[in-house]
Design a protein around this ligand. Structure first.
Ligand code: NAD
Length: 435
């Protein structure tokens, strides 16, 4: 088999959107549709603060290395800052600022009482031992101690961090504060105040958004074909739920490539990225010539003629280079920022609806909100209750965005930003500008 290209090969350099550029552009676009005080828009272009900290770490060989950590806090007019902490070599102040703005819009479109934050450490997590990751996380928690807290700023896992990272962060913060404070972070293991259903939530909300879109465009889910790029937490959970609800998942992929079967793939038979990384590739290797399953590249998966395409792997995969070749009738963004601005314009001209990330994958932050409520009340919810409340929140947000689509003829993305900006602007105007 020849080397399978990754989705990154579909990206041309001049078409890549940084999170900050995208966030500012969306704010400006939304402002043209909302009757909002220009002073409010001006304030929202700037983060409240971006903290930079040095995080010294004693490595296993006794040497000391100093890493740089960040926490960007964009806006808290509707409640504490909320957003992930990522460990990745390319974490920067600018990236955190842009992503914190995205979180402001995401929390507002879901009507959660949070603002937007994002942070992380510029480090390759794969270069650290578990003990080093624990020490780095504990020291980072201490450096950010004054900035975070259940009523100030509530981090969560993101790229390169997980439930265990949040457990160490919560423990370090609690030890220094002198009391157990589970609500300082979300995405923790359930045994220390995490919520059931948090891990599956972004995939579940992506599936709900796809299901609602299928219904909105007058299709039967049982007649719907779906292609999902990325078989991780978001992609695998979305694919499995849509299959349970009657859709036919015809293609899935991991970083090495995709598999395609027009008859439908048994997605339950493939472990997700968390369960077994690159399981789609292993599944493909076991196929013999008589199988109806074909191997495709990630780029080819994106161009399949399916009813619903769910990019759920990485950002910037639908670009000006391939937007004309997208043959799906509906795109539902499971990943953050999979469609570049240029591609979005092309898809709009071609009348291909794109259900935006800030709505579709917002199940993660929504269940984080449930976790925060459970921590404050010291009362754990059942998985059934989490899923029921998530369904309810998603349908409410869907209806709010759909109302803007229907009334104003906006794209789904513009409508979502209009809903978010209207809520934030109203809160700002009502609270006023101090002093
Ligand atoms: P994950 O690490 O669990 O899985 C990622 C999957 O994508 C894997 O199957 C991997 O093999 C594949 N992949 C990686 N690089 C690829 C590439 N270049 N081309 C094609 N496939 C590739 O990740 P996840 O948690 O499912 O997150 C996926 C996306 O969803 C990211 O954009 C993330 O920011 C976004 N997201 C995640 C959450 C969450 O809580 N997990 C919430 C909201 C948004």
């Amino acid at each position: 088999m020849s080397t399978t290209p990754s989705a990154d090969e579909t990206v041309s350099d001049d078409d890549l959107d940084s999170a900050l550029i995208t966030a500012r552009r969306q704010l400006e676009r939304a402002a043209t549709h909302v009757d909002v005080d220009p002073g409010v828009v001006e304030r929202l272009k700037h983060p409240t603060r971006v903290q930079q900290v040095s995080v010294p770490l004693e490595r296993e060989d006794g040497n000391v290395e100093v890493f740089t950590g960040y926490r960007a806090q964009h806006d808290d007019v509707r409640g504490p800052y909320k957003g992930g902490l990522r460990y990745h070599p390319e974490v920067s102040a600018e990236e955190c600022t842009g992503l914190s703005m995205w979180m402001t819009w995401k929390c507002a479109v879901m009507d959660l009482p949070f603002g937007g934050g994002k942070g992380g450490i510029a480090v390759d997590p794969k270069s650290l031992t578990d003990d080093e990751t624990e020490r780095l996380t504990r020291r980072f928690a201490e450096e950010l101690r004054d900035a975070v807290g259940p009523t100030k700023d509530v981090p969560a896992p993101d790229m390169g961090t997980d439930a265990q990272t949040m457990a160490w962060f919560m423990d370090a913060y609690s030890m220094q504060q002198g009391e157990t404070i589970p609500g300082v972070v979300t995405g923790k293991p359930p045994v220390i105040g995490g919520s059931y259903g948090r891990e599956e939530a972004p995939g579940r909300s992506t599936a709900i958004a796809a299901r609602e879109a299928i219904q909105y465009y007058d299709r039967e889910i049982s007649d719907t074909t779906v292609a999902v790029q990325g078989f991780g937490s978001v992609g695998a959970n979305a694919a499995r739920l849509l299959e349970d609800w009657g859709a036919t998942v015809v293609a899935v992929s991991d970083v090495n490539g995709a598999i395609y079967d027009p008859e439908g793939i048994d997605v339950d038979a493939i472990p997700s990225h968390d369960e077994e990384p690159e399981a789609v590739t292993s599944f493909a290797k076991e196929l013999d010539d008589g199988d109806s399953v074909r191997r495709l590249s990630n780029a080819e998966l994106l161009e399949l003629d399916v009813d619903v395409l769910i990019p759920a792997a990485v950002g910037n995969v639908i670009t000006a280079d391939n937007a004309d070749a997208i043959s799906a009738d509906i795109v539902v963004e499971g990943a953050n920022g999979p469609t570049t601005f240029a591609a979005d314009t092309i898809l709009e001209e071609r009348d291909v609806p794109v259900i935006p990330d800030i709505l579709a994958n917002a199940g993660g932050v929504t269940v984080s909100y449930f976790e925060w409520l459970q921590d404050i009340n010291r009362r754990q919810w059942t998985l059934e209750r989490v899923n029921e409340e998530l369904e309810e929140h998603m349908l409410d947000a869907w209806d709010d965005v759909r109302a803007e689509v229907d009334a104003e003829g906006l794209t789904w993305r513009d409508a979502a930003y209009v809903v978010a900006l209207s809520r934030i602007a109203e809160a700002k105007e009502t609270r006023g500008l101090w002093p």
